[in-house]
Design a protein around this ligand. Structure first.
Ligand code: 5AD
Ligand code: SF4
Length: 524
C-alpha cells in the first residue's frame, strides 16, 4: 500500500481534512468508539502479509514523500512525559528506533531508561528467528504488572514481529495489556497512533502488509555523535526461502542518491566520524530507480568524496555484488576495507534450496575478485546450519568454504523455521542435536580463524575510532580499526570520538589490546 492508498483507505478513520470539524470532535469520536468500531478499523488497516502477493510487487508504486510534519494539535502531546524504546535485532531496527525517538522528542517526550517512570514503552521487535520473538513475548509478560499498576502507561509493539499475522493474533488474544501495534511501514504515523492510543482506550493496530513508500525528512535522535546509520534502501526482494524479511520489511525501495548524499554531508558537518549505509540487501541499491542507471558502486564513488573519515555499508548480497562496486571500494580513502558478505552455506545444493541465486563456485570467484582488488580487506559472513535436510557432506562443504575464504569472523545460526516462508513447509530430517553439534563445530572454526586473523596485528600501529569506555572497565577505552576489529586501550577520555593511533600489545580471540601511540591525529 502506498501513501496515497493509505490516505484513501484511512478515510473512515481520519476523514478528509476538509471534513474534519475540529480536533476536539476528532478526540470525542475516538473516545466514543465501541469495540465493534475497532474491529472494522482493524479490517481496514491490517493487511495480512502474504508471500504470493509480495512476490508480485511492482516497482512503479513507490512514492517519495518530503513532507513529514507533526500536526500542530499534536506538537505538545508528550509534554512532561517520558518514553522508553527497547530495541531487538539488527542495525535497521536500531536506526528505526532513532527515528521513533526523534519523532517522540518532537512531540515533547523525554527519554528514560527506567520502565517505572516511562509513560510510553515501545518494543521494537525482530522476527528473524524464533528465539528473538520469544524474548519479546517474555518481555510483554514482565511488563504486564507495570501496566496493571499504571493503566495510563502506553505499551506498544512495533518492528518486524508486528508484520506477522500470527504475532498480531497472539497479542490480540493473550496480551491484551498492549495498547498499540504498528508495523515497519507505519513509523511516520507515530504521532497519530499515539494520540489514538492515549485517547481511544482500545488496542490500536496499524500494519500494512507489503508495500511502503520512502518518507524523507523524518526526525532522528541519533545514538551518539561519532557513528551514524544512514538508510540507503528499504525492504528486500530476494526471497531467500528461510527468510521472513521480504514480508516484514516490504519491497525494495531505494532512497534518491541526492537525499542520501545530503544526509551524509550534514552528518559530516556535525562532526560525525563514520557512517554506515544500511539496507537489507544494499547491493540491490538503485535497481528500482526507474529514471537512472545507478548502483551502489556509483553511490559509494560519490560518498567517497565527502569529508567524513569512515564509510561502511551493510548488508551485502553476493549475487548483486558487482565489479563496479569492487572497483570503487579499491579506491580506498574513507571506504573501509571491511566487507560483510553473508554466504549462508558452502553447498551449492543447499544454496539452491535457499534460493540464494549463487553457487559455492561463484561465491568463491567473487571472493577472489575482492581479494585481488582489495588485498587487505577483512571478510566476515553469516552462516545458517541445519537448513532442512542438510546432509553431513553439505555441512562439511560449509566448513571447507570457511577455510578456503579465510573469513575473519561470522555470525552463525541454527536454522529457525519462520511461518509463511517456503522452507518452513519442508519436512526436515535433521535432528536438533545434530544441528547443535554442527553449530558447535562451526563455531570452533570461526573462533580459530578469528584468533589467527587478529594475531597479525601484534605490534602493529592501527587507527582506532574511539567510541567510549569499555563495557567491562570504565578506565579502558574502546574503538574499532578500519577492518572493524575491536581494540581496548588506556587513554585520556578526551580522545573519545576521535581517531587515534594505537599500538597493539596483545591479541585475543575476538579483541585486541593496545596502548596509545600518540595523541589524536587530525583527520582530513
Ligand atoms: N533461521 C536462522 N537464521 C536466519 N537468518 C535469516 N533467517 C533465518 C532463519 N530463518 C540469518 C541469516 C541472515 C542473518 C541476518 O540471519 O544468516 O544473514
Ligand atoms: Fe532475507 Fe537477506 Fe535473503 Fe533478503 S537477502 S531474503 S533479507 S536473507
Amino acid at each position: 500500500m502506498n501513501e496515497q492508498q493509505r490516505k484513501e483507505m484511512s478515510q473512515i478513520r481520519q476523514g478528509n481534512p476538509a471534513d474534519v470539524k475540529s480536533e476536539q470532535d476528532n478526540l470525542e469520536r475516538i473516545k466514543n468508539k465501541k469495540p465493534d468500531d475497532f474491529v472494522k478499523y482493524f479490517q481496514t488497516t491490517y493487511e495480512t502479509p502474504n508471500l504470493n502477493k509480495a512476490r508480485k510487487r511492482g516497482k512503479q508504486d513507490i512514492k517519495y514523500h518530503e513532507d513529514f510534519t507533526i500536526p500542530d494539535e499534536l506538537q505538545n502531546i508528550g509534554q512532561g512525559k517520558k518514553y522508553l524504546i527497547r530495541t531487538y535485532g539488527c542495525q535497521m531496527n536500531e536506526h528505526d528506533t532513532e527515528v521513533m525517538a526523534g519523532i517522540l522528542t518532537e512531540l515533547g517526550f523525554e527519554s528514560t531508561s527506567d520502565a517505572n517512570e516511562a509513560d510510553i514503552i515501545l518494543l521494537n521487535t525482530c522476527a528473524i528467528r524464533e528465539n528473538a520473538e520469544n524474548k519479546v513475548f517474555g518481555e510483554l509478560g514482565h511488563l504486564k504488572p507495570l501496566k496493571q499498576n499504571r493503566p495510563d502507561l502506553i505499551l506498544g509493539v512495533c518492528g518486524c514481529m508486528s508484520q506477522e499475522e500470527s504475532v498480531v493474533n497472539k497479542i490480540l488474544e493473550k496480551h491484551q495489556h498492549v495498547d498499540l501495534i504498528f508495523g515497519t511501514h507505519n513509523i511516520h504515523r507515530l504521532p497519530q497512533l499515539i494520540q489514538e492510543a492515549i485517547f481511544g482506550k482500545e488496542m490500536v493496530v496499524e500494519v500494512w502488509s507489503k508495500e511502503g513508500d520512502v518518507i524523507e525528512n523524518l526526525p532522528k535522535a541519533r545514538n551518539g555523535k561519532t557513528k551514524a546509520w544512514v538508510n540507503i534502501m528499504y525492504g528486500c526482494d530476494k526471497f531467500c526461502t528461510y527468510c521472513i524479511v521480504p514480508m516484514t520489511r516490504g519491497k525494495e525501495r531505494s532512497r534518491r542518491p541526492e537525499d542520501i548524499i545530503q544526509e551524509i554531508r550534514h552528518l559530516a558537518a556535525q562532526g560525525y566520524q563514520e557512517v554506515t549505509l544500511l539496507g537489507q540487501n544494499v547491493n540491490a541499491y538503485g535497481k528500482d530507480l526507474a529514471d537512472m542507471d545507478y548502483g551502489l558502486g556509483d553511490l559509494m564513488d560519490e560518498i567517497r568524496k565527502i569529508d567524513i573519515p569512515r564509510v561502511r555499508f551493510t548488508t551485502s548480497h553476493p549475487r548483486d555484488f558487482d565489479d563496479r562496486l569492487i572497483e570503487v571500494l579499491a579506491k580506498g580513502g574513507n571506504l573501509m576495507p571491511y566487507i560483510h558478505l553473508p554466504v549462508q552455506s558452502g553447498s551449492s545444493e543447499v544454496l539452491k534450496r535457499m534460493n540464494r541465486k549463487y553457487t559455492r563456485e561463484s561465491y568463491l570467484e567473487l571472493v577472489r575478485k575482492i581479494k585481488k582488488a582489495i588485498p587487505h580487506a577483512a571478510l566476515t559472513t553469516d552462516i545458517i546450519v541445519g537448513f532442512p535436510n542438510e546432509t553431513e557432506e553439505q555441512f562439511e562443504e560449509t566448513m571447507t568454504l570457511y577455510e578456503e575464504v579465510g573469513f575473519e569472523g561470522a555470525y552463525t545460526f541454527i536454522y529457525s523455521p519462520r511461518e509463511g516462508t517456503p522452507a518452513a513447509k519442508k519436512e526436515d530430517n535433521v535432528p536438533m542435536d545434530v544441528k547443535k553439534q554442527r553449530l558447535y563445530r562451526l563455531n570452533e572454526r570461526v573462533n580459530q580463524y578469528s584468533r589467527e586473523a587478529l594475531k597479525k596485528y601484534q605490534d602493529q600501529v592501527v587507527d582506532v575510532l574511539v567510541e567510549g569506555e569499555s563495557k567491562n572497565n570504565p578506565d579502558v577505552l574502546a574503538g574499532y580499526t578500519p577492518e572493524s576489529k575491536l581494540v581496548n586501550f588506556r587513554g585520556p577520555k578526551s580522545v573519545i570520538g576521535k581517531i587515534v593511533k594505537v599500538k597493539i600489545t596483545n591479541t585475543k580471540s575476538w579483541t585486541l589490546d593496545g596502548e596509545m601511540a600518540e595523541e589524536a591525529v587530525e583527520v582530513n
